[in-house]
Design a protein around this ligand. Structure first.
Ligand SMILES: O=C(O)CCC(=O)c1ccccc1C(=O)O
Ligand SMILES: [Mg+2]
Length: 368
């Protein structure tokens, strides 16, 4: 393929309900969507999962736009590409900026899958026809509100509940949930809200049989996580600290993580995500697919990735209706009884509704 035209759009979509983590609250979701066209007219879609502000990591929607316009798009436009894995190599001279890289790489994977007449899932080497999903639940005003929400999601069939925690919203919350729902699979995600000095608090969570605790300590740490894992029984799962196969290897070798949350954007694209998956599979480290409050485009990429064999634990790829009044793809992603059916259609497996995209677009630019 030879990419001849790329359009970047900045979309603003309203979340159905605000989503609160230890680092802040999201009311709206601002993000970039990238449309790439190749010389034969095939169109591929990618989504930047960077947020409006650098809360989760250092990238933002605007830094992604800058990196794409000034560095990444020029490396790709009018170049002959045989396989999307080449994109990972072409981007190597550019350090980090993984979410920006992933935006363009994802669109190229979509085109490649269409041109080889297979689903993105199949192109990646996945073979599940449905995937198991859980749901991530933000910090609430009260424990009663949280119990009510969890009850609803249990009834919808979600396979595991991820509860956002922070100091002061942790042990009592998890105790109440465990007492109220003895058989539900719970995990906690702290988004780096603690330090090693909080080990005693985190140790108390061992009583609630959590599947794992996600990123309790600093977003750039793998040393203290290894020390913490020696002190607690609950398996640690790293999210923010893992940006590459090399990061994954070091964290696993140090004993900093027993499970890895793979986010396509955070690791710079599907090729790197697959490498981390394969490494973890050989080292008995289960993985699961994280979420970044994606629109249907990013969600479709997540569903495809999750079809790889070592995605053993339910991911955060909940149905479109958990986030949006109207998603940008057709059909929307539907989670039923905790499963999402994997589309067998060529490419990302969903039709992108360009009218809907345009209705959410606040800025756009085309590169040729
Ligand atoms: O539902 C989702 O998309 C996952 C939500 C989630 O947990 C999350 C949302 C925003 C930023 C970071 C995270 C995270 O996984 O840490
Ligand atoms: Mg997380």
């Amino acid at each position: 393929m030879k990419i001849t035209e790329i359009t970047i759009r900045h979309l603003k979509m309203k979340l159905k309900a605000p989503f609160t983590t230890s680092f802040g609250t999201f009311d709206d979701r601002d993000f970039l969507v990238l449309e790439a066209k190749d010389a034969s007219g095939t169109i591929g879609w990618g989504e930047s999962v960077a947020f409006h502000s650098p809360w989760y990591n250092e990238e933002t929607l605007q830094t992604n736009w800058h990196m794409l316009e000034d560095f990444l798009i020029p490396l790709i436009l009018h170049k002959e590409i045989k396989h999307p894995d080449e994109v990972n190599e072409l981007f190597k001279p550019i350090r980090k900026n993984n979410m920006a890289k992933s935006t363009l790489e994802g669109a190229i994977w979509d085109i490649y899958a269409q041109q080889t007449n297979q689903s993105l899932a199949a192109a990646l080497g996945g073979n599940k026809d449905k995937i198991e999903v859980g749901i991530s639940i933000g910090i609430q005003q009260s424990i009663e509100d949280l119990v009510g929400l969890v009850d609803g999601y249990v009834k919808e069939g979600y396979k595991r509940m991820k509860i956002k925690i922070k100091p002061g919203w942790d042990v009592d919350v998890m105790r109440t949930l465990r007492e109220t729902f003895p058989d539900v699979a719970f995990m906690a995600d702290a988004n780096s809200a603690y330090s090693l000095a909080d080990a005693d608090t985190l140790k108390q969570l061992d009583a609630f049989n959590l599947t794992m605790i996600e990123q309790p300590l600093a977003s750039d740490d793998i040393i203290d996580h290894a020390k913490l894992q020696e002190l607690i029984n609950t398996p640690i799962c790293l999210d923010e600290s893992i940006h590459s196969l090399e990061d994954a290897r070091k964290a696993v070798e140090l004993g900093s993580t027993r499970i890895i949350n793979i986010k396509i954007g955070r690791v710079g694209g599907l090729t790197e995500a697959k490498k981390i998956h394969d490494y973890c599979e050989s080292n008995n480290i289960p993985v699961w697919c994280g979420g970044m409050l994606e629109s249907g485009i990013g969600r479709a990429h997540n569903v495809a990735l999750t079809t790889l064999a070592n995605f053993i634990l339910p991911g955060d790829t909940a149905g479109s209706n958990r986030y949006w009044e109207k998603d940008v793809i057709e059909p929307e992603v539907v989670a039923q009884d905790g499963y999402i059916q994997v589309s067998q259609k060529a490419g990302i497996g969903f039709d992108v509704n360009v009218d809907t995209i345009n209705s959410f677009t606040v800025a756009h630019k085309t590169y040729k």
